[in-house]
Design a protein around this ligand. Structure first.
Ligand SMILES: Nc1ncnc2c1ncn2[C@@H]1O[C@H](COP(=O)(O)OP(=O)(O)O)[C@@H](O)[C@H]1O
Ligand SMILES: Cc1ncc(COP(=O)(O)OP(=O)(O)O)c(N)n1
Length: 270
């Protein structure tokens, strides 16, 4: 069985973070492992507390996996501070983990900070050059590139800037776009641009979309897909998960990680 490791924060509400990643790995039939970077007290209304691990705790978890089990792919999510980013970067290199998806998580939906702003330069300098794929949303890409992103041309320029930081493949997500009918993600592999377009679903139950999408890319890479194929599958996975989003809590409910597999089963049975 193929294996994937998520290095990310815990979401007590279960819709984002390490919980979303492990559910996604399970649904895509990859054995999921975790290295926890922070505990958040979080629900559909927002983040009520952030409690980071020390860098040593993160290193110990990576060591436990690196020295025994290994992994076929790794994703990073909430890393919170520069010390954790540096520790993760050093250990990705140490264990020769090169199938790396970096989701540069910065701000949760309710506005809470999940990454200290002084850690941005560590992310640019140490982590991004190790990434096979980076999956920023538009605000994250604006922070990482220092440019404002409004038009399709801006998106292409931002992707080129991220590529110049050493990332092999950039998936610039379109969830925050103002396009009312479509959600368009852009992939740049250093040579070509590819767009992945889906119908925009009018729902407030989108908590954890970014985590789930990047975890699905990671699972597919672990199984041997190339980046293009992995993004196609992840887009189908997140589309089903948002369409069947779960209306629980008073705020942004989570996406439904089981929706994609349920649809495949229904297709097979019909
Ligand atoms: N309302 C929506 N309808 C369809 N797809 C969406 C919607 N919102 C987000 N997505 C998709 O979910 C994925 C995550 O995007 P995004 O919401 O931008 O990330 P993040 O959660 O990091 O802000 C992308 O593939 C994006 O196109
Ligand atoms: C612990 C934790 N990690 C990451 C996030 C951000 O998740 P994301 O998929 O970007 O979804 P929203 O927060 O935007 O709903 C998080 N909230 N918590």
């Amino acid at each position: 069985m193929k294996m994937a490791l998520t290095i990310a924060g815990s979401d007590s509400g279960g819709g984002a973070g390490i919980q979303a990643d492990l559910k996604t790995f399970q649904e895509l039939e990859v054995f999921g492992m975790s290295a926890l970077t922070a505990v958040t007290a979080q629900n559909t209304l927002g983040v009520h507390g952030v409690y980071p691990m020390t860098a040593e705790v993160v290193i110990e978890q990576m060591k436990a996996i690196g020295e025994d089990m290994g992994t076929d792919a790794v994703k990073t999510g909430m890393l919170f501070n520069a010390e954790i980013i540096e520790a993760v970067s050093v250990n990705l290199t140490k264990y020769h983990w090169d199938n790396v998806v970096v989701d540069p998580v910065m701000i949760a939906k309710g506005g809470a900070s999940l990454l200290q702003m002084e850690a941005i330069s560590a992310m640019q300098k140490f982590l991004l050059p190790l990434a096979k794929v980076v999956t920023p949303n538009i605000p994250e890409a604006e922070v990482l590139t220092g440019m404002s992103i409004r038009t399709a041309e801006d998106k292409r320029e931002a992707a080129k800037k991220l590529h110049a930081l050493g990332v092999q493949n950039i998936v610039l997500k379109g969830g925050h776009d103002e396009n009312p009918s479509e959600s368009i993600d852009l992939l740049f592999d250093g040579k070509e641009f590819y767009t992945f377009t889906s119908k925009r679903i009018p729902t407030k139950n989108t908590h954890g979309t970014g985590c789930t999408f990047s975890a699905a890319i990671t699972a597919e890479l672990a199984k041997g897909a190339d980046v293009y194929q992995a993004v196609i599958k992840a887009k189908d996975f997140i589309q089903a998960a948002i369409e069947d989003g779960i209306a629980i809590g008073q705020g942004h409910g989570p996406t439904n990680h089981g929706a994609y597999r349920k649809r495949i089963m229904e297709m097979v049975q019909s």
